[in-house]
Design a protein around this ligand. Sequence first.
Ligand SMILES: Cc1cc2nc3c(=O)[nH]c(=O)nc-3n(C[C@H](O)[C@H](O)[C@H](O)COP(=O)(O)OP(=O)(O)OC[C@H]3O[C@@H](n4cnc5c(N)ncnc54)[C@H](O)[C@@H]3O)c2cc1C
Length: 417
Amino acid sequence: MKVIVAGAGIGGLTAALSLHAAGIDALVIDAAIALRPLGVGINLLPHAVRELTELGLGDELAATGIPTAEHVHFDRHGNRIWGFASGLNIGYRWPQYSMHRGELQMILLDAVRARLGPAAVRTGTVFLSYAEAPPGVRAQVRDRHTGVLSVLPADVLVGADGLYSGVRAQLHPGEPPPCWSGIMMWRGVVEQAPFLTGRTVAVAGANAALKFVAYPISRQAELRGRALVNWVAEVKLPGGSATAADWNRLGRVEDVLPWFADWTFGWLDVPGLITGAPQILEYPMVDRDPLPSWGSGRVTLLGDAAHPMYPVGANGGSQAIVDARVLAWSLARGATPAEGLAAYEAARRDTVNAIVLANRDMPADRLLHLVSARAPGGFGRIEDVLSAAELAAFDQAYRSTTLPDVAALNSRPSLTP
Ligand SMILES: Cc1cc2nc3c(=O)[nH]c(=O)nc-3n(C[C@H](O)[C@H](O)[C@H](O)COP(=O)(O)OP(=O)(O)OC[C@H]3O[C@@H](n4cnc5c(N)ncnc54)[C@H](O)[C@@H]3O)c2cc1C
């Protein structure tokens, strides 16, 4: 069986590795002229780290990312509201990692080229359209160097081509543009001294409309006694209109700093992080409504192409990785490619669609909002602001939307066919 994967992002490259491990031939095409380590921080939850570990990449992840110790929420004055341990600290057999998205992509790319051969990833190759051509499928592509159009035959086509997926557009013509939450995210990376445990994901804010997230992403910096801190500043723009979502668009200090100018906590200097970043990236928080189907016949979707979600629960990259593993598992077991794809979609679609919807209403945002409404000037003891029952309810809601069951992940059989 030969699979063409359109898109060499986190999902597409993991799909190639997973298909190879299942004995299935894969070719990955990407529109980018060259794959470079773009982006800033990304979080991989234990369920995704398990899959990459079973693909033999555990040592590379450990040498690159920070095994997250805890997630802690603060008010906009830096007072601790509530937190929970994460990854290994709550009993998962695999860590959660915070790491640089570009470094993760390069780990995956190197592994694909080493295992499948240097020609397995073809850059500068734009997916244009497909045609079902029984008993297979044909993808029409354009070479960006020469402009030449050609047709690539395969048994299966997987659209892993991200938010503006061309495969999705052909499967679901006439879809509206991505849905914008009204929130703009500015992101940057700064090296500084470690803060809190040195492995903390810190979320500070007044509500969903004004929030600052910071976490360290580099094991190599940690080994030098430093922290490479990834930060995300989120602001709901009054009366704003969505710009096209481009992960590489540059932002400006003057647009973001005024919102956070006095957010100096003692343990974290937010204005210092904003002004200290060599570059700031700007991205509107967008997603798409869940799809009623991901594929048809020998064509399917994976990762952001199938289910772009707000990047608030550390789940975008993680779910793309799990998709990739389930896809390979299902294709290896299906009697026909179409049966395999149907089994993949049945295993994944409803679960991930539910996460897309849950990310639109994060319990943690409601928590921040409640605290800022009750104690706008800050507080000394959180017990004076929230009851134990309220905190327990938030804890439960957060776990059920963000964290899969620890025992279930630890005990479920491997997806290696
Ligand atoms: C450049 C970039 C930077 C990012 N930075 C961050 C970040 O800092 N933090 C974060 O949390 N998430 C980031 N993301 C998003 C994150 O990678 C995804 O949400 C998640 O990992 C799911 O990955 P994916 O493989 O489904 O999609 P993506 O990672 O978006 O990958 C899609 C790939 O498809 C390719 N592609 C698109 N159209 C075509 C076409 N017509 N033909 C061929 N190839 C095509 C793109 O070049 C891209 O390589 C970034 C994405 C990109 C593309």
